[in-house]
Design a protein around this ligand. Structure first.
Ligand SMILES: NC(=O)c1ccc[n+]([C@@H]2O[C@H](COP(=O)([O-])OP(=O)(O)OC[C@H]3O[C@@H](n4cnc5c(N)ncnc54)[C@H](O)[C@@H]3O)[C@@H](O)[C@H]2O)c1
Length: 252
């Protein structure tokens, strides 16, 4: 119960890695709030968690829209009080050609996968500073370091998260707040399944290069996130945690 009674807020918590983080934080004793675009899944998950005896609260929200995040923030803090732990998890894929992508598409995507990491941090930081206590974990990706062709906006956003994490960690350390990022490799979530459906040849290719012969389960990412949220990680700040089964250590 290393997060006992602490309010942890996860974006995009209704499915995939976010849902696994929500569960792991709840099992560590936290009061866990989460937002998502998918209201049906979010409500069902909240009910499931409550039926298991956890303290959970869901609110509909789009991380790409600051006004929506302000509404979610007001609701979750009313329910559970100041946020101790923020996990900026919500994100989506972007497959684009650098010439054909429009500025509107770029902005729409970056608002979700990159800007929201800052706008959500901006919402939780005042109370964290006041309490001199807090932990932020930003979900980046191994695409911050290596990528595919026609995946440039995603790689740019995920690399940007590492830079943002670095500077927030420097700025907030004096306030007792730690900021870290996590870089998952292939993790079996709906987002990845969607990618393999669109690119069927990639499934076998992805598996063939995995040093551990498999991809990650969402819970394996969640365990590291929970660690970073707890006091066990009290001197971990500004770090990028790669969780890819060794994939990025492999010579192409
Ligand atoms: N799955 C992987 O292999 C992998 C690898 C590296 C990084 N990541 C990152 O992990 C995070 C979660 O990915 P996932 O694979 O669990 O995805 P997913 O699509 O399976 O789940 C994402 C959840 O976020 C929600 N969401 C999407 N856009 C949103 C928005 N604008 N506002 C609020 N909620 C929104 C979705 O409804 C969904 O419930 C993402 O940031 C992704 O880039 C995933």
């Amino acid at each position: 119960m290393k997060l006992k009674d602490r309010h942890v807020y996860v974006t995009g918590g209704a499915d995939g890695i976010g849902a696994a983080i929500v569960l792991d934080a709840a099992e560590a004793g936290s009061k866990v709030s989460f937002c998502d675009l998918n209201v049906e899944k979010g409500k069902a998950y909240e009910a499931e968690l409550k039926s298991q005896g956890h303290r959970a609260f869901f609110h509909e929200g789009n991380v790409g829209k600051t006004e929506s995040m302000q509404i979610v923030f007001a609701a979750i803090t009313k329910e559970f009080g100041d946020v101790y732990g923020l996990v900026n998890n919500a994100g989506r894929n972007a497959y684009n050609d650098p010439v054909e992508m429009t500025e509107a598409e770029w902005e729409d995507f970056m608002n979700v996968d990159f800007k929201s990491v800052w706008t959500n941090s901006k919402l939780v930081l005042p109370a964290m500073r006041k309490n001199k206590f807090g932990s932020i974990v930003n979900i980046s990706s191994i695409h911050a370091r290596m990528s595919y062709m026609n995946y440039f906006p995603y790689a740019a956003a995920k690399a940007g998260i590492i830079g943002l994490t670095r500077n927030l960690s420097l700025d907030e350390a004096k306030h007792g707040i730690r900021v870290n990022s996590v870089l998952p490799g292939f993790t079996l979530t709906p987002m990845v399944e969607d990618y393999f459906v669109k690119n069927p040849e990639k499934r076998a290719e992805a598996l063939s290069v995995q040093p551990m012969g498999r991809m990650a389960q969402p819970s394996e990412i969640a365990k590291v996130v929970t660690f970073l949220l707890t006091d066990d990680a009290s001197f971990v700040n500004g770090a990028d945690w790669i969780i890819d089964g060794g994939l990025s250590q492999r010579f192409a």
